[in-house]
Design a protein around this ligand. Structure first.
Ligand SMILES: Cc1ncc(COP(=O)(O)O)c(C=O)c1O
Length: 393
């Protein structure tokens, strides 16, 4: 018999997205063709300048350890990009380069939390936040969003009511996975008010910041005012915006003292993000704007197609996603828990999607469909859903 395992380690469960994908693999092995709306991963390649820069870095022998804060040239490029795109006035010393935003969020939870602390996680939420909080011995506390005209919206009063003496931080995600929302400045201000009143950190996950569509604008919590910037730490990455998931490159933006601690912790977590990728990433920020614009345009067409198709199914209500690449329709309560609906749709219609219940009880009657897939796949998947679930009119 082996010795015991850690309690913190064992407190986390597996991912629903991964579990559903494995079920789909088993069905495909038996000959079923599955339409995949499951995983949140761009179907594009990284921009050509990034790929060229990576090859050059390999040829130039750039395979050495880098300072745990990240390559200076990359942090300068990020600071310029964030100022230009989102109005963030930051110095390169406030940036810590990490292996994806998973890497950044892991450092942030370690830097901010002690065992027994509480963290408010606004639901529906991306599952790993709760797991990462638990891995530090702190407790994630789910706080439901409100709803307005079929959309999830921040409810400041619920946040306020959830704060206790143990609360240390609020996690906010904009653009928001799984809801497809892009938070308004007034919604962020409601979060900020609670954080200010109770002296809390705001952990802002902004990985979808470049995937924002017509009439919506990404607002970073750190741009609200100086006091809010001093209590906000951003985790973000190149995964979604630049179609670079497997390259594993992200970064944190933090007030100076926290940035220093994050870099110190990075030294013991990964030492540094891959050097070759850090050199390549400079080209993402400096030379890839047109490729990002092209991807965004394509996602917008897909978003329109998927929302339109879903809204033609009786009982399904899909608000137009404002950002990300997720549609998050509501289904009738009479259909039961979304986990059963998703299991059924996979087995009977060969459509892989993610049940809303995996993002918290608030979205038990929602489904998440990733539209990071071709228009043809969207049409095929919607046709299958319309067949499995009766069309309107
Ligand atoms: C909201 C959100 N944050 C963070 C991540 C992690 O991405 P990465 O570590 O590739 O930056 C994801 C990926 O699905 C996500 O949806």
């Amino acid at each position: 018999m082996s010795p015991p395992l850690s309690k913190f380690g064992q407190s986390v469960g597996g991912s629903t997205v991964v579990g559903m994908r494995r079920q789909a693999d088993a069905l495909e092995a038996k000959g079923m063709r599955v339409v995949d709306f499951g995983i949140g991963e761009p179907d594009f390649e990284a921009p050509p300048p990034v790929r060229e820069a990576a090859i050059k870095a390999v040829r130039d022998g750039k395979g050495n350890y880098i300072d745990p804060r990240g390559l200076v040239e990359l942090r300068e490029a990020i600071a310029e990009f964030e100022a230009g795109q989102h109005g963030l006035a930051i110095s390169p010393d406030q940036i810590v380069v990490t292996p994806g935003s998973y890497g950044g969020l892991t450092l942030i939870t370690r830097a901010l939390l002690d065992p027994g602390n509480d963290v408010l996680v606004i639901e529906p939420c991306w599952g790993p936040y709760k797991a990462m909080v638990k891995l530090t011995g702190a407790n994630p506390v789910g706080v439901p969003m409100g709803t307005r005209q079929g959309r999830f919206v921040i409810d400041g009063a619920r946040l306020e009511a959830a704060v206790t003496a143990k609360t240390r931080a609020i996690v906010v995600n904009t653009p928001w996975n799984p809801t497809g929302r892009v938070l308004l400045a007034e919604e962020l201000a409601a979060v900020a008010k609670v954080a200010e009143r109770h002296d809390l950190w705001i952990v802002a996950d902004e990985v979808y910041s470049e995937l924002v569509y017509a009439n919506a604008t990404h607002v970073s919590a750190a741009t609200l005012c100086a006091d809010i910037a001093a209590r906000t730490v951003i985790a973000t990455s190149l995964s979604k915006s630049f179609a670079m998931t497997g390259w594993r490159l992200g970064y944190c933006i933090a007030p100076p003292e926290l940035a220093e601690l994050l870099a110190r912790l990075n030294q013991y977590a990964s030492r540094c993000a891959t050097s070759i990728v850090q050199y390549a990433a400079v080209a993402a920020f400096r030379d890839s704007a047109s490729y990002v614009a092209e991807m965004r345009h394509e996602y917008e067409l897909r978003r329109n197609a998927i929302a339109d198709g879903l809204n033609r199914i009786v009982g399904v209500e899909c608000p137009l996603p404002e950002g990300t690449f997720y549609a998050f329709p509501q289904i009738p309560k009479a259909w039961g828990d979304s986990k059963n609906v998703a299991d059924d749709l996979l087995k009977k219609a060969g459509v892989l999607l993610t049940p809303g219940s995996s993002y918290g009880p608030t979205s038990r009657h929602h489904l998440r469909l990733s539209f990071a897939t071709s228009l043809e796949t969207i049409e095929n998947g919607i046709a299958r859903l319309q067949e499995a679930l009766p069309p309107r009119g």
